[in-house]
Design a protein around this ligand. Structure first.
Ligand SMILES: [Zn+2]
Length: 455
């Protein structure tokens, strides 16, 4: 294990020293820098406890384990985890609202829910201890992103049943930063508060960060006149190109973090200053990558669907939860000193993955290309239709004012260029339609970029 004295400890409970090097700060060096052997021991014992608990207290787990003919005590190593059945969003729906809680309601102190695309949202609960864990883990990734007690953290996620705002709110307070619980919406007011209260850290979705950048530009406000220096963006997949765009236009460092309500909320993983993948807090979650079609566990480093097992949650433990997020895991060492595995930026959700003529297409791939082509705005929409028995993909792209709506020839050449780029990057053809500036609806929360009209 890395000796503690060599690390830049900032957690007031663990620190007897102060260090002014903000970028190397680690919130919880004991647990964030465990060697693999110690970590595996810890994970194994926590996993065993979790399995015994869910088997005893959650009827749907007991039923599934019995069906799979495995008893919790037969799980002796992390490899045995593969023998357990998956948990899916459908399982949560079937036990709506409280059927998968593993503690009595009198021990539940907070309830959130996760947005459902269809039907009722799923309900998640937290014990007092779960909230403490969540706060600590949010403090971990926010510290890794560079947030300190000197920051003024502007939270533009919606406060409510959604876990985003509360997760980062308590994490920032734990660090000792000043929190502005702004909530979402009303971009002009957001900007006024940023100016007047001198917000230094912005918390929202990456697409909303661009909405803010647009509004600043329209209002003639120089982003450099604000105090913003760092952004913590999550809740939707975004590309490296989008990161560059946000950094350039807002003049900040844009960092990625990962979470989902069913598993805890934000605080599952987050980037350190090297931004080479998000450190996943393996002392609380065991990650696996599976082939989304076959359910087979894939070898380390391969791209597939992330499956998470919680090993410290009390009220709402999840065993092998299928996140639907597509990513890959990297076990190589990170220069920051944290030893946990790093997950790559999510490429999209397996639900968002469009299968066009048998080829997998993610909205983030399209976004990458649009950001690279001069004249395109980062606002786009994908329309999928079926003509006869063939799927067609249309990419509606906003262009900026400089682009020649009146010159047909130039417009055609521009479309051809884009279509060629799509074909070579996606492996499948897409039709490009240019649309007027600002004609695609802007989103204050998660961007919904796909219109699928297939029967
Ligand atoms: Zn790192």
């Amino acid at each position: 294990m890395t000796p503690l004295k060599d690390l830049n400890v900032v957690n007031p409970d663990q620190s007897t020293q102060t260090n002014s090097n903000l970028h190397g700060r680690i919130w919880d060096p004991v647990n964030e820098c465990l060697n693999r052997e110690t970590l595996v021991q810890l994970q194994t014992s926590r996993l065993k406890e979790t399995l015994l608990r869910v088997y005893r207290h959650v009827p749907s787990y007991q039923k599934k384990f019995l069906q799979a003919e495995i008893r919790p005590e037969e799980v002796r190593s992390l490899e045995d985890l593969q023998r357990l059945p998956f948990t899916t969003k459908e399982d949560l729906r079937l036990s709506y609202p409280y059927g998968m809680f593993a503690v009595p309601m009198r021990e539940v102190v907070r309830i959130h829910s996760s947005s459902g695309t269809t039907g009722k949202p799923t309900v998640v609960g937290y014990s007092r201890h779960d909230l403490q864990t969540w706060t600590e883990l949010a403090a971990r990734f926010m510290t890794a992103a560079g947030v300190t007690e000197d920051d003024i953290v502007h939270i533009a996620f919606g406060y409510g049943l959604f876990t985003g705002a509360f997760g980062l709110h308590y994490g920032a307070e734990r660090i000792g930063a000043s929190v502005i619980p702004m909530s979402s919406g009303n971009t002009d007011k957001q900007i006024m508060i940023m100016q007047d209260y001198r917000s230094t850290a912005l918390v929202c979705t990456p697409s909303y960060a661009l909405t803010v950048a647009d509004r600043l530009e329209k209002s003639g406000i120089d982003p450099r006149s604000l105090s913003l220096r760092v952004g913590l963006f999550g809740a939707e997949p975004w590309s490296e190109e989008m990161r560059r765009e946000i950094q350039e236009r807002l003049g900040i460092v844009a960092t990625d973090n990962y979470g989902l309500s069913e598993v805890m909320g934000p605080g599952i993983a987050g980037e350190c200053q090297h931004r080479c993948g998000m450190h996943l807090f393996e002392d609380h979650f065991i990650p696996e990558i599976i082939d989304p079609d076959s359910g087979q566990v894939l070898p380390a480093g391969e791209v597939g669907e992330l499956v998470l097992t919680t090993i410290t949650k009390e009220a709402f433990p999840m065993v092998r939860y299928r996140t639907r997020d597509i990513t890959r895991l990297d076990y190589s060492p990170c220069p920051c000193g944290r030893t946990s595995v790093r997950m790559a930026k999510t490429m999209g959700r397996s639900d968002d993955m469009l299968i066009i003529k048998g080829v997998n297409v993610f909205p983030t791939q399209i976004e990458e290309i649009l950001f690279q082509v001069e004249g395109c705005e980062p606002h786009y929409q994908l329309v999928v239709e079926r003509v006869g028995s063939l799927d067609t993909l249309e990419v509606q792209v906003e262009v900026n004012d400089r682009i020649f709506f009146d010159e047909m020839k130039k417009q055609r050449a521009f479309i051809d260029h884009l279509e060629k780029r799509f074909l070579s990057a996606l492996g499948v053809g897409a039709k490009v339609k240019l649309v007027e500036p600002s004609s695609i609806p802007r989103h204050e929360g998660k961007a919904n970029r796909i219109i699928d009209r297939r029967p």
